[in-house]
Design a protein around this ligand. Structure first.
Ligand SMILES: [Zn+2]
Length: 304
């Protein structure tokens, strides 16, 4: 049995865990993400945790998943927005030199996909696509058991597939990207704007995806209309991904996916209405199973 120290670096917290080679979490905790000089401060905080855990467990290796673009071959965070001085962090090298433990680094969405393949919704599958619907839309492509990174390791930016040339401005600089219509933020924005058109004022600080879903369940006609549009928007992107890759399985995670069965029935039916019929029978869209732990499981998997 091997024990891996796993980290999941997010913008607010860094989660960590010890996971063994059976996929059992032996310990789990988190600490606030350092706010400054992250290139140095993040690996330093990690090493403190590792040294502390080494007193209690036998540790074989370290797995890290992190926000940002990652050169997983060299264990380097190449570009990371929303962090102070994090781009260029040589996480694997720094931690290996100081601790003597082999260290592996992967992008967070890719890691989540591998976690789902190891012990989650894609268990037993080797080719599938993972989509994370949150503030933005993240994606990971897994082909024959490996994350497909493209030429530079940046493949899978599903959120920035352009679905409307004349569409809304996106943070990436383009217009009409998929995440402008299919993220949880897009769902909320559409609801607020559609309500405003009807002269209904919605307190933006008060509303969230869950509350809109409660309105949908209660039969509120505006919420139902916005929800249907949202599901169709998500399905449209999955149709394009299917026509391009024919992955057979699409695992969807993130806030809205917690809505469970009804949401996935709606999504699958909207998908089947739009996809070329020959794909429909062998393509399934399913809910991610590991929730917020997908990243640390994936971090463990890459280290193992
Ligand atoms: Zn974009």
């Amino acid at each position: 049995m091997k024990n891996v120290v796993c980290f999941d670096v997010g913008g607010t917290f860094i989660k960590y865990a010890i996971i063994n080679s059976d996929g059992k979490i032996l310990l789990k905790d988190k600490f606030p993400t350092p706010r400054y000089n992250c290139k140095v401060s993040i690996p330093e905080e990690m090493m403190k945790i590792i040294e502390n855990l080494r007193g209690q467990f036998s540790i074989d290796s370290v797995g890290i998943c992190t926000a940002g673009l990652v050169d997983s071959k060299n264990g380097v965070v190449t570009v990371a927005y929303n962090f102070h001085e994090y781009s260029g962090a040589r996480l694997a090298e720094t931690i290996e030199q100081k601790t003597g433990l082999r260290t592996f680094v992967e992008n967070d969405v890719n890691a989540a996909a591998l976690g789902e393949m190891w012990i989650g919704a894609a268990k037993g599958e080797s080719t599938f696509v993972c989509i994370a619907l949150g503030t933005g839309v993240g994606g990971a492509i897994v082909i024959n058991g490996n994350v497909f990174g493209g030429v530079s390791g940046a493949a899978g930016e599903i959120g920035h597939i352009i679905v409307n040339q004349q569409g809304e401005q996106c943070s990436c600089g383009s217009k009409g990207c998929y995440e402008r219509y299919s993220s949880t933020s897009a769902f909320i924005r559409d609801y607020v704007n559609s309500a405003a058109k009807l002269g209904i004022k919605v307190d933006e600080a008060e509303i969230n995806g869950e509350k809109i879903m409660m309105l949908v369940k209660s039969g509120d006609s505006l919420a139902v209309e916005v929800y249907k549009r949202f599901v169709d928007n998500i399905a449209t992107g999955i149709v394009s991904i299917t026509h391009l890759l024919d992955p057979g399985l699409i695992v969807v995670g993130g806030g809205i996916s917690a809505q469970g069965k009804t949401f996935f029935e709606d999504l699958n039916s909207s998908f089947r209405e739009r996809v070329i019929s020959s794909y429909a029978s062998h393509t399934k869209i399913v809910q991610a199973q590991l929730g917020n732990d997908a990243g640390i499981y994936g971090a463990c998997y890459i280290a193992l």
